[in-house]
Design a protein around this ligand. Structure first.
Ligand code: ARG
Length: 472
């Protein structure tokens, strides 16, 4: 079906399409919108222009373009970029299929088709889109790296400042052993610091240049790929032209990375959601990161944390979706690959926003150390009691049993374990000395775990230092 909407006024069917020479019938209007990516890949306009300028320069260097032609292209693109920046670039519906065609169409209008038409010599949109996406992703991941560093700085600063506060540590969401509040923060800080290290590796792999790979077979005009890569700030070249245009591994890997980060984020958020309930009340979210209920006036809901938890699902969905799109594709470029753009754009925004929200939440979070302390239970020191006897030379298997008997005694008599007398302990095992009562001090307990990575003040401060080193 030939349709008027698809053509610029006065043109023949297919005439304005980049590949129009061979196509005369025009496209189903729905096919036009189904096929086009301009309304989302226009986000990559700057990368597309920078890539094209580097391309034109390389073509000039091998004599395909004269110096005048190159400078016309360069200054023409400057104008195109300004139009995008000022919001005056006019997308021509039905003609500007994607950002590559749109930029080239506009360049031709500005500098004339004779010169503009030389730009695409030896080039394919297959290498162009891979280049644009890598440049964009590299820059966004670098921003994310900065956000993550900020978040970890807040974590480290709070961990240092609030090191005195002791709270219950949980396993199975049951009170297990006393820990420092700082230790809790650093438990996630450690996971996020690993994310940071991984991110730096991902960025290095993303930042490799496909330019010069052609449609699949490389470039036949002897272009200096290295020079183009350097101009665009790439760290190196992708060495196989087919792999360069067929791969979206860099998008998958970035999203796998983001998924791991969001996985950590969702658990961090879940802990804080629990700690912010009335029942726990260890923390209180700032108003800036909570909302009220439209019905219940007393409510203050941890929406920011719930969204962090919820958006993790969205992030995972995008990566599995793309993996399903790419799996089983024949080599090399197939239009299916266009489906990698939207998840990438959305994933990156989700992750970037989430880290910044988490930083806001953490830097404004109020803590309630009295509630943390009130939730400590002497039973949480039952292990310390067993360890006490170990230090007296009793085998741990035996001490575990004896400490269990003390717990049972306390439960049966209703006497909290820290109120049991020396005689009570002696009645259970004669090896208990008077100093056993010293076990029932939470501060002593956390200080006893002084091996590296534990809850003792010096161990916690050491963790802060380790983390700071990773931040660089
Ligand atoms: N818009 C396309 C994409 O995002 C650009 C590449 C088109 N290549 C082609 N051979 N049709 O993947």
């Amino acid at each position: 079906m030939a349709s008027k909407q698809l053509r610029a006024p006065g043109s023949k069917p297919g005439e304005n399409m980049l590949w129009g020479g061979r196509f005369t019938g025009g496209l189903d209007p729905l096919m036009v919108s189904y096929n086009e990516s301009i309304y989302f890949d226009c986000k990559l306009y700057a990368q597309d222009i920078d890539g094209s300028v580097a391309w034109a320069r390389a073509n000039h260097n091998v004599g395909i373009l004269t110096a005048d032609e190159f400078s016309a292209i360069e200054s023409g693109f400057k104008k195109v970029k300004e139009e995008w920046e000022s919001g005056t670039f006019k997308i021509v519906p039905g003609v500007d299929e994607d950002i590559h065609t749109a930029n080239e169409r506009r360049l031709g209008e500005i500098i004339g088709k004779d010169i503009g038409g030389k730009l695409h010599t030896g080039r394919s949109r297959n290498e162009q889109v891979a280049t644009d996406m890598r440049l964009w992703l590299r820059d966004e991941l670098r921003k994310i790296e900065g956000y993550l560093v900020d978040f970890l700085k807040v974590t480290a600063a709070r961990a240092e400042k609030e090191i005195d506060h002791i709270m219950p540590g949980y396993t199975h969401l049951q009170r297990a052993q006393p820990i420092r509040w700082s230790h809790w923060m650093l438990s996630y800080g450690t996971a996020f610091a690993s994310d940071l290290e991984r991110l730096r590796e991902v960025i290095a792999r993303v930042n490799q240049s496909p330019l010069g790979a052609g449609a699949l077979a490389g470039n036949c005009f002897g272009l200096d790929r290295q020079a183009m890569a350097e101009e665009l700030g790439f760290d190196g070249l992708l060495w196989n032209s087919m792999a360069a245009v067929s791969s979206r591994d860099f998008v998958v890997e970035a999203m796998q990375w983001g998924s791991m980060l969001m996985l950590h984020m969702s658990r961090w958020a879940e802990d804080l959601i629990i700690y912010s309930t009335g029942e726990f009340a260890y923390v209180r979210l700032a108003d800036a990161y909570s909302t009220g209920s439209s019905l219940m006036p007393q409510k203050k809901n941890p929406d920011s944390l719930e969204l962090l938890r919820g958006k993790a699902g969205r992030a995972f969905g995008q990566v599995s979706g793309l993996m399903m799109t790419v799996k089983g594709l024949p080599s090399t470029y197939n239009k299916d690959l266009q489906e990698s753009l939207e998840p990438m754009l959305d994933h990156v925004k989700t992750v970037a926003d989430s880290i910044r929200i988490a930083t806001g939440v953490l830097s404004t979070l109020a803590i309630n150390p009295a509630m943390m302390k009130a939730s400590l239970d002497p039973f949480m020191l039952a292990t310390d009691l067993a360890d006490y006897l170990v230090k007296k030379g009793v085998p741990f298997r035996e001490t575990h049993h004896i400490s269990g008997q003390c717990v049972a005694f306390s439960e049966k008599t209703g006497k909290p374990m820290n109120e049991m007398t020396h005689e009570d302990f002696q009645g259970i095992d004669t090896r208990f000395g008077k100093d056993v009562l010293k076990c029932f001090d939470y501060e002593v307990s956390v200080e006893q775990h002084s091996a590296q990575g534990g809850t003792a003040r010096k161990s916690v401060l050491e963790q802060v230092e380790v983390m700071k080193k990773i931040l660089g």
